[in-house]
Each structure stands twice: as structure tokens, then as C-alpha cells.
Design a protein around this ligand. Structure first.
Ligand code: PGA
Length: 251
């Protein structure tokens, strides 16, 4: 179901104590207001087992930042879908540009990860977006289209209920540079159009499409006000409770 969502991707930040503190602060700052969106945080793997019970009974949901594509086996250092589920995690972020760049995750690998996640009943926040050079060359629509087609367009219509998309132009991640609300809307509307053409109007209209890349309290409202922007995936600003709360309130 299309629902607004603001998700904080904490990346490799916050140890166990800092995670507990930040969750505590977030819970207090959210007291007394009912946001117009789902609220989610994605701490690092080792802190998920503590974060999940710590948010139980609140509106804050907890997601993982990654998972391995195999169900289990000899993959030293990796985390399986069952491990995530066993500590209460139901959502996983896949395809983040940092995973693509630093860990060489390509479309084929991401397709395997998405397949495993969906087969195990997980919700997937699937990230994609063009590089600066690709936008400058005017190739951003082609790049985004191929990222989506290569990974998601063999899914059955029904499986799209488990998918949230996150358009994250790589040039806007952690750079302080944001896509303008118009650029975000233009791309989101293009994406919804692709899903409409490949699947149906219902699948397209029910799809939640987040924008990510330097969303801050002072630009969130304008970006979120666009028709096809259903919330955001927030990096840096999700580490500061006041900023993250302000972004949630902007949704
Ligand atoms: P940023 O990160 O908000 O710090 O740009 C967004 C993301 O990486 O999802």
C-alpha cells in the first residue's frame, strides 16, 4: 500500500550505547504527535537485536542496511535473511549506492538479494540512482530505467506490495547537494510511469517512492510536497534527533 515513509539510514555510525541513546531520544521527541508517515531507522547489523525490542510498541520500525543473498552457508562475515527475521527485522535496504560503489554490488547480485528477501516475506527498500556524470550527459532516465528493469521487472505484480523504491541520485548523497523538488518529482513520475507500463496503474499507484540525498529539515517539506514523492531515505540528518524529527514532521 502506498504510504508515506521516512527512513533513517544510520550507515556505519553509532555503537550500542549511542544506538540506545538515539532511539531513546527519538521516542521522547516523537511523544505526543502522530506523524503522517511510517517512521523507520536502520542501525548497523550488530545493534539490530537490541534496537528491535527497544522500539516495540512504538511507531518506530527497524530495518537492516543489507543482507546476503544466500539463505545460509559458508559466507564468513555475512548476515542471512533468517538471522534478520529472528531478531524481529522485517525490512531490508538493498542496492544503496555505497554498497554498489564500495562493495561492487551489481544488478545481478541485487536481483539475487531481492529474490531471497521477498521469498522470505521481507519488505525491501530498493535504492538506485544515477551518477553525476550520467546526469550531466543526460542519461539519468536511461540509467534509472535499466537499474529497475534489471533487478525488479521480473517480479510478479503481487510482489510489488513488498517493495519500496528509493530514488537516490548519487551526486546528492552526503554531498549537501539536493535534487530540486522538480528534479525529484520528474524522476519519480517517470518511475511510476515505468511501473504503470510494465505492470498496471494499480501497482504503480500503490507504490511508495522515496527520495534520498541530502534531505534536511529546511528542504524536506518542499520535496515531500511533490505528488510522486512519498517520503525520504535520510542519511546524515537521521543521526540528529531534532533534524530527523523535523523531517518526519514535514512528511
Ligand atoms: P544523505 O544520505 O541524507 O546523508 O545524503 C542519504 C542516503 O545515503 O540514503
Amino acid at each position: 500500500m502506498r504510504q508515506n515513509l521516512v527512513a533513517g539510514n544510520w550507515k556505519m555510525n553509532n555503537n550500542a550505547e549511542q544506538t540506545a541513546d538515539l532511539i531513546g531520544d527519538l521516542k521522547s521527541s516523537m511523544e505526543g504527535f502522530e506523524p503522517n508517515c511510517r517512521v523507520m531507522i536502520a542501525p548497523t547489523f550488530v545493534n539490530l537485536a537490541a534496537a528491535a525490542p527497544n522500539t516495540e510498541g512504538t511507531i518506530v520500525e527497524v530495518a537492516a542496511q543489507n543482507m546476503h543473498q544466500a539463505e545460509k552457508g559458508a559466507y564468513t562475515g555475512e548476515i542471512s535473511v533468517d538471522m534478520l527475521k529472528s531478531v524481529g527485522i522485517q525490512t531490508v535496504i538493498l542496492g544503496h549506492s555505497e554498497r554498489r560503489t564500495y562493495f561492487k554490488e551489481d544488478d545481478a547480485l541485487l536481483k539475487a538479494k531481492v529474490t531471497t528477501a521477498l521469498a522470505n516475506g521481507m519488505e525491501v527498500i530498493f535504492c538506485f540512482g544515477e551518477l553525476l556524470a550520467e546526469r550531466k550527459a543526460g542519461n539519468h532516465f536511461t540509467v534509472v530505467e535499466s537499474q529497475l528493469k534489471n533487478v525488479l521487472f521480473d517480479l510478479f505484480s503481487d510482489q510489488w506490495k513488498q517493495i519500496v523504491l528509493a530514488y537516490e541520485p548519487v551526486w546528492a548523497i552526503g554531498t549537501g547537494e539536493t535534487a530540486s523538488p522538480e528534479q525529484a518529482q520528474e524522476m519519480h513520475s517517470f518511475i511510476r510511469g515505468l511501473v504503470n507500463t510494465k505492470y498496471s496503474e494499480t501497482v504503480a499507484n500503490e507504490l511508495t517512492i522515496l527520495y534520498g540525498g541530502s534531505v534536511k529539515p529546511d528542504n524536506a517539506k518542499e520535496i515531500f510536497s511533490k505528488e510522486d514523492v512519498d517520503g525520504g531515505l535520510i542519511g546524515g540528518a537521521s543521526l540528529k534527533v531534532a533534524d530527523f524529527t523535523a523531517i518526519i514532521q514535514a512528511c
